[in-house]
Design a protein around this ligand. Sequence first.
Ligand code: F7E
Length: 332
Amino acid sequence: MRRAFITGLAGQDGSYLAELLLARDYEVHGTVRPGTNPATSRIGHLLAGPTAGRVTVHGLDLNEPAGLRELLPAVQPEEFYHLAAPSHVGQSFEQPEAACAAIGLGALRVLEAVRRLPRPPRLFLASSSEIFGRPKQAPQDEETPLAPVTPYGCAMAFVTHLARAWRLVHGLFVCCGILYNHESPRRGEQFVTRKITRAAAAIKLGLQHTLELGNLDARRDWGDARDYVRAMWLMLQAPEPGDYVIASGQTHSVREVLDVAFGHLGLDWVRYVRSDPRLLRPAEPHTLVGNAARARRVLNWAPTRAFAELIREMTDADLAALRAARFVAAPA
Ligand code: F7E
C-alpha cells in the first residue's frame, strides 16, 4: 500500500485529494491546524466507515520549524503534497508579513524536511496563477515570466523559484502546480464564487436580503477543484518532475458568476447586490488565463466540468445545506 502525506488535509483541495488517494488504495497521513476537529471538518466522512483505518490526522502548526522535521521520518511517505497555506489574496494585503512567511517559509521547510529524509518522497508544491500578476502574454504557460502584483503572488513566486532550484541543485523530484482558481461546493465562503452561491441560496430561502461585493468586472479562469487535485496526483506519477499550468483556458467575470447562480434559482441579482468599496483590493492581476497544453500532453490531463455547470452545482449544494440546517434548527 502506497503512503502519501498531505499538508492542509482538511482544506478543499486536501479533502478531495485524500478521497482520490484512498480510492487508489493509498494510506493517507495529513496535517490539520492544531485545534481543528477532524470529525466535523471536510474529512469527517473519511474518518468513519471503510476508509477510517487508512487515514491518520496529525495536528501540526506548520509555522513551527521543527514539527515536520520530527514527524516525517516516522511516517516515511512516498508522495508528499504541500497544500497548507493562507489562500486569500485580499487578506495578504492586510497581513503581508504573516502571509508571506507562512507561504514562503512553509514551502522552504517542507523542501528541507523532505530533502533530509533517507528516501525523499516525490513532492508536489502548490503555486498559483497570481505569480503572473499582469503578464504581457495571454494565455500564460510554464515559460511566462513571473510578475506578481500582490503579497500572495510574490510569496508564491518565491515558492515556484524554490521548487525549480531544489530540483536542479538537490535533484529532488519536486513538481510545482501553477494552479488557476479552482472551486467546488467545499470552497471556503470567503472566496467570491462560494460567497455568491451561498448568498443566492440564502436569499432564495429568505435568510438573507443583500449581498455586498467588490469588483464585479474582475475576470478569472475558474476550474473545478476535483480536476485540479487529479492533476496534482498525475504530476507525481510522471517519469520526470516539472512545473505545470493547471487551468480551464477560459475566463469569466464576477457578473457571470452572479448571472449563473442567481439565474439558476430564478432570481435577478441586480435587486440584491450592493457594491462595498472596502472589498476592492489595492491591486488586481490582469488577464489571468492559463494554457494547460503541457499538462494535456505529458499528463493526459483535461478538465471535465465547465464553469456554468460547476456554479450551478455549488448553488444547489448551498441550497440543500441551508435547507437542512433550517430543518435541524426549527423546533418540531
Ligand atoms: O477573488 C473579486 C476579487 O477571492 C476572485 C485563491 O484560491 O485564486 C484565488 O484567489 C475575484 C477577485 O479569488 C469579491 O477582487 C469581487 O478579482 O475568489 P477570490 P482570487 O483572489 O482570484 C488564486 C489562483 C489563488 O491562488 C488563491 O489562493 O473576485 N471579488 N467581490 C471578490 N472576491 C472576494 N473574495 N470577495 C468579494 O466580495
